[in-house]
Design a protein around this ligand. Structure first.
Ligand code: IMP
Length: 443
């Protein structure tokens, strides 16, 4: 039995979807612990691309249990559309999906607030996905949110929705000039949605408790990444949940001592969507090339992603915050045509060298990356599935990342497909002794 957590170590879009898909074969339960349909997890099977926003990618595998935990915020309409789309692909969504009765709803007013707030912020906008995620979490913390359990209780839902809509309308109408929401219309619509999703709603904490006691393998699927975490990301350019490992405890009800392993997914370079500082950003043709080669466009919004070199300050920080045991390196093949590759080892700020990620927005904005230059491999590595077959310079690059982040690797991805993967460990679940056949680190 083991509980394995997969977290993003950068700004999301590290390729967690593929890594989770690879790990799912050995998992019994796959559980999302935070975020909502702002996420976009892409899995490529053969020539077919699957993009998931809410439902764990584990649903693609027969016989696995998928959970949306209490820490997730759920727009029933987005959920229903996703279920429909998955079923159209011939995949079963039935007794294999469970949704926490403590998960909060994303309601239509949340999305309007998200969009209007962003517009109001002007140049200071966050660059949200516009899905209503932040305003839904705001209501949760303000103790006016509506949980699935409340939604399943018609009278309680009626009462809470009525109060919320009248309060939300006050500001929306007066300040934003919005026409306001009609309670009856939303209530009726949501009662229709309810019929389609009520069969999935349950106390998922009990399923997880029983699964753990029965010795099952649990895979916890993080969305977004460490630098978008509400506490540890570059505030306020963050999402509104804890995408780091702590989110597993609060968003699924799994105690810290039950977590056996944390796998940090790291892209071989860096990307981000949305606004905010990005120290290793490349605004030149090299950045454009990374974007083209890596098909770096948002899976949820289609926005072009900002691209830059690998930032070891960020990944080292993520390794500490999440207690990462192993790294899963993705998109190594995207660097195939780079003559030179650069790793940011620290920041130059005000005549000093910073090795730790700073908290102050103004300091981060002024940080200049210090780079270590490495030779590229100018060879097509796509699809290589054995470490030994990689070009020497690619091995050196991997070794450097492992050394500088002080963490061993367990998976290297050399392409989008499942089989385009180098597995450095047989099984990420059962091997809890934390030994690794590939030890690159000097220590
Ligand atoms: P929100 O989560 O929609 O509120 O957006 C807040 C920030 O998180 C913005 O910079 C988004 O671009 C970013 N973000 C949210 N979800 C994802 C994701 O799945 N991948 C990458 N960035 C994301």
């Amino acid at each position: 039995m083991s509980v394995v957590v997969v977290v993003g170590t950068q700004w999301g879009d590290e390729g967690k979807g593929k890594i989770i898909d690879v790990l799912t074969k050995d998992a019994d339960v796959i559980a999302r612990y935070q975020g909502g349909h702002n996420a976009g997890h892409t899995v490529m099977i053969g020539e077919e691309e699957f993009v998931f926003h809410l439902i764990p990618t584990g649903i693609l595998h027969r016989g696995k249990i998928c959970i949306l935990g209490n820490g997730v915020v759920i727009d029933p309409c987005a959920l229903i559309n996703e279920i429909k789309w998955i079923r159209e692909k011939g995949i079963e969504v039935d007794n294999n999906l469970f949704i926490s009765d403590r998960a909060h709803l994303v309601l239509p007013y949340h999305q309007i607030y998200d969009i209007k707030d962003e517009k109001r912020r002007g140049d200071n906008k966050i660059g949200t996905t516009g899905r209503g995620i932040g305003p839904s979490y705001t209501d949760k913390i303000a103790r006016i949110g509506i949980r699935m359990a409340d939604y399943m209780d018609k009278d309680l839902f009626y009462e809470r929705l009525k109060t919320n809509i009248s309060e939300k309308n006050l500001f929306l109408v007066r300040y934003y000039g919005h026409e306001g929401f009609k309670f009856d219309e939303i209530f009726d619509r949501f009662m229709e949605y309810r019929k389609e999703i009520e069969g999935y709603i349950t106390d998922t904490n009990i399923i997880l408790k029983e699964s753990i006691s029965q010795g099952k393998n649990i895979l916890c699927e993080g969305a977004q990444g460490t630098m978008l975490d509400i506490d540890f990301g570059i505030y306020p350019f963050v999402t509104s949940s804890n995408s780091t490992v702590g989110g597993v405890c609060t968003g699924l009800g799994i105690a810290p001592g039950k977590i056996d392993r944390v796998i940090g997914v790291v892209k071989a370079y860096t990307t981000r969507v949305g606004e905010g500082p990005f120290p290793t950003e490349l605004s030149d043709s090299v950045g454009m090339r990374l974007r083209d080669q890596g098909k770096e466009y948002g899976a949820t919004t289609g926005r072009p992603r900002r691209c830059g070199w690998f930032d070891a300050v960020v990944v080292r920080y993520a390794a500490w915050i999440n207690g990462i045991d192993r790294l899963a390196l993705t998109k190594l093949d995207v660097l195939d045509r780079c003559e030179k590759i650069y790793i940011c080892t620290g920041y130059q700020y005000n005549g000093k060298i910073l090795k730790e990620f700073p908290s102050s927005l103004n300091i981060i904005k002024k940080c200049q990356p210090i780079y270590k230059e490495m030779d590229g491999w100018i060879e097509d590595i796509r699809g290589i599935d054995s470490f030994d077959d990689l070009p020497e310079n690619a091995k050196r690059y991997i070794e450097e990342i492992s050394n500088i982040v002080e963490t061993d690797l367990s998976i290297i991805s050399t392409g989008q497909r499942r089989e385009e993967t180098i597995l450095l460990e047989e099984n990420s679940f059962l091997n809890n002794d934390h030994s690794n056949q590939y030890k690159w680190r000097d220590t």
